[in-house]
Every structure is written in structure tokens, then in C-alpha cells.
Design a protein around this ligand. Sequence first.
Ligand code: B3K
Ligand code: ZN
Length: 892
Amino acid sequence: MRNDTVITPQAILRQEYVAPGYWVDTVEMGFDLDLKSTLVANRMVMRRNHASTEKDLVLSGESLKLVQLRLNGVKLKKADYQIDGETLRISNAPDEVTLEITTQIQPSKNTSLSGLYASKGNLITQCEAEGFRKITWFPDRPDVMAKYTVMLRADKKKFPVLLSNGNLIDEGDLDDGRHFAKWEDPFKKPSYLFALVAGTLVCQEEKFKLKSGRKALLQVWVEEGNLDKTQHAMDSLKKSIRWDEERFGLELDLDRFMIVATGDFNMGAMENKGLNIFNTKYVLANSSIATDIDYAGIESVVGHEYFHNWTGNRVTCRDWFQLSLKEGLTVFRDQEFSADLVGTTTGRAVKRIEDVRVLRQVQFSEDAGPMAHPVRPDSFVEINNFYTVTIYEKGAEVVRMYYTLLGHDGFRKGMDLYFERHDGQAVECDDFRAAMADSSGRDLTQFERWYSQAGTPRVSVVTAYDAEAQTYDIKLTQSCPATPGQEKKLPFHIPVAMGLLDAEGKDIPLYCDDYPAQAGATNLVIELTAASQTFRFNKVASEPVPSLLRNFSAPVVLDIDYTDEELGLLFANDSDPFNRWEAGQRLATRRLVKLTKVLQTGEELSLDDWFINALRNTLNDESLDPAFRELMLTLPSEAMIAEAFDVVDPQAIHTARQFVRATITRHLKADLLHAYETHQTPGKYRPDAASMAKRSLKNLALSYLLEWADESTFDLAHLQFKEAANMTDRLAALAALTNFNGTEKQQKKSEKALRRFFKDFKKEDLVIDKWFMLQATAHTTDVEKVRELMQHPAFTLTNPNRARSLVFNFCNANPSRFHAADGSGYALWAELVIALNKINPQVAARLARSLDRWKKYPVGLQAHMKLALQKVAATKKLSKDVAEVVSKALAA
Ligand code: B3K
Ligand code: ZN
């Protein structure tokens, strides 16, 4: 039952899985497409699943007008079936059934952007997870896989392009100015992979030769006027196809692969079979509208969706609790794809650090809050709420741990076995683990706990050196905090990649009692499986500095007491670039935490020269990749610093971090200027790794320079803004200007720059999103300013990208302003969640998550947050999406 006034979300349990009562062999669909009213005819050939305990024929449907229902040719009367909410049930149906259903739907009224909806006069579908039931009555669950044939009919002028999954087998004209296209998908698929697109679109296309010699037609479809922005997506697609052939021996199985871009989309993109539908944000790029980060995002999302063709589509999920089976694995694959494309060791490390930053900042926080859930959840109210960083990013870490444990070739063998066993099936996470275990002969029983236990494990370290015996002991102890519904946790199987550094910072050969086969190696993966375990290293001539969890080999928090000197040694020398960066983050966090506390007592702030000098050395170390230096010089974010506190004071954290940034600039101004000047990228814009690296260091230097600015540094930013030859440089300069607290005259100039930017790019939605985002995240932007921006004619809540650019960015990425002491930020949040709930429950529920961690704030703020949460919870007609999030938060 949908809840109207009170929150009583009904949970679905993993343990209650029942196989479908009927399988569907074929689906033939006919669409008479129209924005206002679309008719959908659906003929399914079904057969009883004798193995199921479900005897009825059960279908799901939502917001459908049922026009007709026929079973084996006979029209059914109302008494022949029961409709209860979203379920249609036919009892006593024969074993073999041909069911013909006609429904009528209203795409232009569908603002949820799930099912069939209208976007700028075009028709688009989004069916994952449960959107297909908004198109027709269907056993809309991923374990029902069928072959689809789809006939699309529409007005030829309004909808000249008609696309669906698979191959185009027929097309032609009809009467009354209408035309048709018939598509056939040769592969069985679950309904969530169904897609259609109809409208006015143009495409860039190319024939691409596959490994086997077969040629496939690749197309990128966009709105008219955007063909100058599709090349990068096309290039990324070709690279993805090549990479999957080479790295995993997986070839494109279709003759045609299409990408369609739409500006109205709930998430990044969708892997529908042969017809990927993308948010324009992950397709459209050229040097004047897209930044380096956008280019990298497009490459990885195009890769991600393409890789789903095997991990997700050919082998899919038995039920939605297994979501990470496809998502964790596919994120791992896209991470590896991006890393392989850069190729160099530091390039790979840069990518790894960026990924780990997201994991720690967002997933660790989720794992410590009211929405914490295992990688394979046990229950949910609304599946769309479980497309989370835990399922995706932590899921990818779980896959990466197999890779670390089994090695490159061992992992590949496991993948090969997985496809050999399960191609064409809908399976569980356990099946993937079994393929990894069986192909390697390793016992991965305990590894299962990574799927079933939520929470971020902590590993604490105690070391002991015996100079006489020349032994070094590392004692690792693991624990995992309680999470909702899971009080006690059992030990995890944790791979800890490690090395030992001598006093010069060089790796020493390792002789560990437990790993005789690897004697003499300088890098070792030790496996922590017990609650506490001691690893003994022999032939250790002097007390070493341990480098643990290299390359972040497991998603855990490592508690280890390093001295500043030890961290300095690691920061300057560790052969593992990830841990070099990590040492720097520890040095910075230590200081930021201390300064935040000092601020709370009102004492004077100061920063030690030793730390500043360590940063100076890194900044000036020309032997280091500039992208790596940029990461080494970037302080932990305010959200990351907050994780170090039991009670968070967002204002103090912000002030402390700003103090450190300003102090660094005061001391390193000349060095920063030098870095700025020597990392220019004149000439044509190139989105290659080397140029991007230079721009990232240069623009970091610029943002630092404006923290301790005089007239000339301000002018530097202003000049860069005016003369930038690409969006990366233009946006970086505008961000620096927008965040700058200068004289009134300078302030005026910054405001003028913002206006100029808007005027120059007002026709580019993706750039206007950046314009809102910049202001949403500026420290100068308070709640009033956000309200003012919401009145801007270019703002709308109905477009998810626009809503995210202003509202989500303010609530999630401007903590010191959002958490205003008077609670005005939370009042705004409540209004917006309630408004969005009416328009688009999925997007509303995402925003609702901004208050997840309310228990971590001082009591004064907590009281305001609780009121805001209660206000949302008491809203009439609250979607189950939002109800689940706020009720879990309130129960915390
Ligand atoms: N599988 C889709 C996400 C669908 C989200 C539904 N709420 C995109 C992806 O992960 O590739
Ligand atoms: Zn995915």
C-alpha cells in the first residue's frame, strides 16, 4: 500500500525470494507513439515455471490504463483477474499462455523520468529498475529474460527517428503522415534493459571493425546543433570496445550499438541492450563547453555502460539485492579501463587516489549513517534508493580485492569461468564468488562477509622491532562498528598490500614467516582473516617504517600511530604512490583537526614550517607527474575532515582549512607562481593525460594564489578568465574569482565575470549548470542567495541536472553555509524535498539523503534538522522513495 499521511514503508526481503511462476519466452510489442497518449500492445508467450511455489500468473503495472487483456485469444473479463495496487494476478492459468495486453499511457504527464516520458518533444524510456511496469503489465523482475520484437509507429514529422534495442529489421511509411520501424533484439534480456527513443535527433556514425573481423555500426544520437560535441563520446566508445576485447576477451555481440543523449535524465546513463541512453552531461563535449573532468567523466561512463553489455546484460542479476553483481563489477572494469588508458604508474595512482577519495568521503559516510547497508542488502523499501556508493563503489572495491588476492591472470581466469558458466543467466553475487574460488582453487568462504556485513572495518596496527633477533612484528587487529540491524560483525578476509621502508626510504626485501614463497619481495599481500593476527618479518637490519594497505588494497580505515617524521619519510619516498599521497593526507588531517579544535577554544592559529616545507619540496619536484603533485597539494575536503570528529562543527572546519590554505600561499607564493607559469598549455586544447595534468596543477596553483592575494594575483585570475581558450581554464579562473574575498572593486569585477559567463553560454544547458554549481558551492553563497538563484529564469526543479547544479551542490558541497546556525539551510532543504517529491521521487529521495548524518552535529543544529526531517516525514502523498530515507534517518 502506498502511504498517504504516515510513513509505513513496507520492506522487501532478500530471504523471501520466490522464483517467477511463469517464464516469458518472447515479447512482441507495438507502440503507437504520441506525447500525450501512447498505446502499447504487448503479446507475451509465457510458460509455467514448475519449479516455483508461485502458482498464479503475476504481473506488475503502475500508472497504466488497461485497455484490453486477452489470454490465449480470449478476452478476459474483470472477474477473470484481480488488480491490487501494482499487482495483476491471474489464478488457474494454463501452463502455456499467450497473453495480449493493451495499455494506454501519458508520457508528457510523466515527470518521474522513469518509464516512457517526454523530453523536449522527444520520447525516451528509462526502465531500470522498475520502469517497464509503467509501460505495460509485465513480470517486471530481472530473472525473467525474454526475446523482444518491437514495432514503433509515429508521426513522421514529429518523430522522424525511431529506435529500440537490437537490429532494425524493417521500416517504412504508413498512412496519415506516419511511419514505422521494427526492431528485433537477438538476445534474451530482462525488462529493465528495454528501451525506445523517438523524436528529432541527428547522429554521428561510424563502422568499426571488431576483433573477429566483423563490422559494427556505432552511432551517437544527439539533438540537432550538437554534432560538434560527439567526437569524444565516439572515441571513448571505440576505446571501450577495444579494451574489453583485449583485457577480457569480450567482443561486442551486436551489429549496431547506439548511444542517445538526453538533457532530462535521472542519473548518468543507462546500459539498455544496444541502445544506451545517456545524460547529455556524459556525452556532449568540446573544448569550449567541457572541462577536463567532463572529458574524463564521459570516457569512464561510456566505458561503464558499454562494459555492462557483458557484466549486467549477458549475465544479469537474479533479483535486485544482487545489484552489486553487475554494478560493483562494472565500476571495477571502468576504473581499470581509465587507468589502462593512462598507462603510467603514476597515472594509474592518480586515478586510484581519485576513486578512493570518493569512496572515503561518500561511501564511508554512508556506511556510518542510517542508510548503511551491505554490498548485497537484505531488505529495501524502494530499490531506486539502493543505487548507492556502497553498491557501486564499495562493490568495486570488493571486486578489486579478488583481483589483489588472485593476481592479474588469476582474476581473468575467474572472469572467464564466470562467463562460461553463466552467459544468458540471471545470477547471484555468490555465483561470482564461486567462479573466483573454483578457478583459483582458493577458499573464499570467509570473503562472503564483504557482501553480507555493512560498515567500514577498522584495522589497527601495533609493531615491535627486536634489534637482536632482527625481527619485526606487525600485529593487525580488526573490528567493525555496528550498523542498523547488524550489531555484531565477524572478521573479514582483508588483503593488506605492504612494504617496509628503511631509514633512507628504500623498500627492504621481505621475509615473512607466513609467505615463504614470496621471500625477498619488496611488496607483499598479507591476508588478515582473524580478529587479530601477528605477521613476523625476519632479517630486518634496523627498525623500518611500515607502508601498509598499499594502493588501498581494502576498503578499511587503518589506525596507525605514525610520527610526523615517519609520515615525512613515506610522503617523500614511498615506492607506492598511493601511500605517498596517503602520508601527506595524514599530515594535513592531523593539523586540520588540531586547528579546528584550537578554533573552538579561541586560541591563536599557527601552522608549522616543517609541513609547509614538505609541501614546497613536493610542489617543486619536477620529477613528479604534475597531476600527482596536484593531488599531493590538495588538502582533505571539509567533508573528509568532518569524519575525524564525533561532533562536527562545519564553520570551524571551514575556517581551519581556509587558514591552512592561506598560510600555505603566504609561504609558497613564489613557488606557486612558478608552478602556474611553467604549466601552461598553449595552442590547441588537448584532453590528453599530460595536458590535463598540467592544467590541474596550474589551476590548483591559481586557486591557492587567490587565498593570499594582492592586486596582481587577482588580475592573473581575471586575465585567465577573459583569455581562456578552453572551459577548464575558464571555469577554474571563474571559480577562483567567485570564491575570492577582495576589495569592493574586485568584487564587482568578479560579479561582472559571472554575468559575462552566463551571457556567453546561455544556450548551453551544461554550462549553465556549471554557472549554478559555482555559485552554489562558493563560500559567499548563503541560504538567501540560493533562494535568489532559484528565482532566476534559468532555474527549474523539474530538470534533474539543473536541480542538482544548484540545490544538491549547496546542500552537499557547501557545508559551512548549508549548516547555518539558524537552521535556514534545513528549512530550505525540507521545502525542496517536498517540492521534488511531487515531481520526481527518485531525485527527491537523493536530496533527502543530505540530512543522513544529522546525529553527528551539535545539539542545536540537530534540533533544527530533526524538525526539517519531521516536516518532510509528515508530508501528504510522500513517495516511498522519500519515506524510506527520512524514516531511516529519524530512526537513527
Ligand atoms: N544501471 C544504471 C542505473 C539505473 C538507476 C536506476 N535508478 C546505470 C549504470 O549503473 O550504469
Ligand atoms: Zn552501472
